[in-house]
Structure formats: C-alpha cells, structure tokens
Design a binder for this molecule. Structure first.
Ligand code: BTN
Length: 339
C-alpha cells in the first residue's frame, strides 16, 4: 500500500523535531523507539530529509545529528509543531511556479481536500488584485495558497477575505512582534507601506461556493525593491531590522486563520469585523476609491457587516463600495494612509 502523504509528512516533521531538540546525536534505534517506527522507516525518512536539503550527519548506529536547516518553506518545516486541527495539508512545495493560486485552483477543481496548501519559493506570474502583478523574488517572500470548501453562497467571499487579513495581522504580530495595519479591503501595511496582500478566488456552482482559494503574498526577508515599487512597498525584515523564519510565520497564519475561519463559519463575523476595525488604517479618513477608470471620493465612515466600505459624500449621502482600491489622495502617503 502506498503511504499516505500526510503520514509521511507527519513522520518527517516528528523526526525533525526530535533532531532539533537533541543535545547529542540520536541513534536510529532511539528514534525508532521514540516514534514507534522501524529503523528502516527512520532511515528512509532521514534520507528524504537529506534530499530536501537538511544537513544531517551520521548513520543508524552512530546516531544522527542535524547540522543545518535549509531556508525554505519545506513541508516538514511547516508541519513541525503546527497546532491546527483541520488545516493539515497536504502541502505542495515548489521551487518556482507561475502562481500558487493557479495551481491551488487546479487542485480544487480536481477534488483536492479543504486545507490543501500550495507554497513556492518564487512565482513567475504571481498575481495581485485588480489584475496586477505580484513581485515574487526567490527565497524571501511567502507565496502561499490555501484551498477551502465552505458551504456558503459566493456573497460571503468579502467577509472571508477580511477574515484572512485579520489572521495575517495576528500571525505576524505573534511571529515577529510587528504590528501591521489593514488598508480596506485587505492590503497589509507596515510603516505606511505595503508589506502583503491577499487574493481570494473562487469557483461556484448553482449559487454555492464549490471551492475557494485564499492566496497570501507577504514580503518577509526582502532587502530591496525595484523602483517604483520601492516607494510603496516594504518587507517585515526592513521594518524590523531582522530576518525571519518564513515557515514560522506561515504556521502562525494557518493557526490563526483556522481559529477565525471556524468563528466565521459559526456566524460570528461580527467579532472578526470588530478586530479588523482595530487594525484598519482607512476608517475616519477622506479617501478616494479607484474602480478601473472610475473614482469615488468620500469620508470612510464604516465597514458594513458584508465587508462593503461605507463612504459619506459631500452632500451627506452614504454610499456602499464593494470593490476597488484606495488611491493615494490629498494628505495621503503613497500607500493611501494619512501622512
Ligand atoms: C494584492 O494585490 O494585494 C494581493 C496579492 C496576492 C499575492 C499572492 S502570492 C500567493 C498567491 N499567488 C498569486 O498568484 N497571488 C497570491
């Protein structure tokens, strides 16, 4: 029988955990006893870890010692210590992909389960909202797409997107100590510049969501950005003056998102929205929303229960805006926030 890929991932992650914690080399026998597996199974997993790029010294008799961990978003690195209940993969990792969202959608239409995760070290055609390109240089960012199968109508999509953004703020705060802001609907900012974004895409069938892909792009360890992007974009590393372990941030996002997604499915979006409001940098300001060639200006009053932005016009009329992006306006910085 072919081993379940999830079991294989779990075994590799447990061995890795044991090797990371061990002060002295661990023998194949000790590992086998600790994990309740045969020595041959341990040896196979060690070889798999080596093939993934982990530097492991030793032999079954002398013992194994972990000398180095590759700076990659490898599945065992993500699952090791992951405390999610449902978002448990399978995880598909690639050196490069055109777009993680595209592959996740393909897997979604082939029937892949909820919790399937696609990650890449770089993207050649990373996509942002409104048809934009998402700069995806190798080895420094988080490019991840999570497949969900909520039994909901498509009108609930904006709420899921806002929920995702709240999860990112929580996760980044936990893993890096940085406090991100959210620009409506879901741009992630630090020091007034964009550090991440979310692209949610779905496939529907008879007015129900068939599957949903939540794509997260986060600039983590980037040290520079090509002009003119450098005027509006930054990274967690530039903001904090430190380098971060990308799998740890991804793990924190999966954990936070799972909690919030459960809250959302249990009809508690109001609580999530309350938290979104605390992180937002849009409300209470005069803003201009761009929708293609159309621009709507007004005072950002509130975000409605369905995720729409409520704008008060000069004549006092309040209008609902459901799509678009906040443009830099009078008194605004490059990211659209007040100077
Ligand atoms: C935005 O415009 O702010 C959203 C950016 C989303 C980028 C991510 S990177 C991972 C996933 N794959 C893509 O092609 N896009 C999303």
């Amino acid at each position: 029988m072919k081993p379940d890929p999830k079991d294989r991932e779990a075994a590799a992650a447990t061995i890795l955990g044991a090797l990371k914690e061990a002060a002295a080399p661990l023998s194949g026998e000790a590992l086998a006893a600790q994990l309740g597996r045969s020595r041959a199974a341990i040896w196979k997993q060690i070889n798999r870890l080596k093939a993934l790029g982990y530097a492991i010294e030793g032999s079954p008799r002398r013992g194994y010692r972990l000398l180095g961990v590759p700076d990659k978003l490898l599945p065992p690195e993500i699952t090791q210590g992951l405390k999610t209940r449902y978002f448990q993969g399978p995880i598909h990792h690639f050196e490069t992909l055109p777009s993680t969202n595209d592959l996740a959608k393909e897997l979604g239409s082939q029937g892949a389960p909820e919790g399937t995760l696609v990650v890449a070290e770089s993207q050649t055609r990373g996509r942002g909202r409104l048809g934009r390109e998402w700069e995806s240089p190798p080895g420094v960012g988080l490019y991840a797409s999570l497949l969900l199968r909520p039994e909901l109508p498509p009108t609930e999509l904006p709420q899921i997107t806002l929920t995702t953004a709240v999860a990112v703020v929580r996760a980044v705060g936990r893993a890096t100590g940085l406090a991100l802001g959210i620009k409506w609907p879901n741009d992630l900012l630090v020091e007034g510049k964009k550090v991440g974004g979310i692209l949610t895409e779905m496939e529907t069938e008879s007015d129900q969501i068939r599957y949903l892909v939540v794509g997260l792009g986060l600039n983590v360890n980037n040290r520079e950005f090509p002009p003119p992007l450098n005027l509006t974009a930054t990274s967690l590393a530039l903001a904090a003056g430190a380098t971060f372990h990308r799998p740890e941030i991804l793990r924190a996002w999966l954990e936070e998102f799972e909690d919030l997604y459960e809250l959302f499915l249990n009809r508690n979006f109001g609580r999530i929205l309350e938290e979104w409001r605390q992180y937002n940098v849009t409300l209470g300001k005069k803003v201009t929303v761009r929708q293609g060639a159309r621009e709507i200006s007004g005072f950002a009053l509130e975000v409605a229960g369905d995720g729409a932005l409520l704008l008060r016009q000069r004549d006092g009329e309040v209008i609902r805006v459901t799509s678009g992006e906040i443009a830099p306006g009078p008194g605004m910085g490059p990211g659209g926030e007040s100077l």
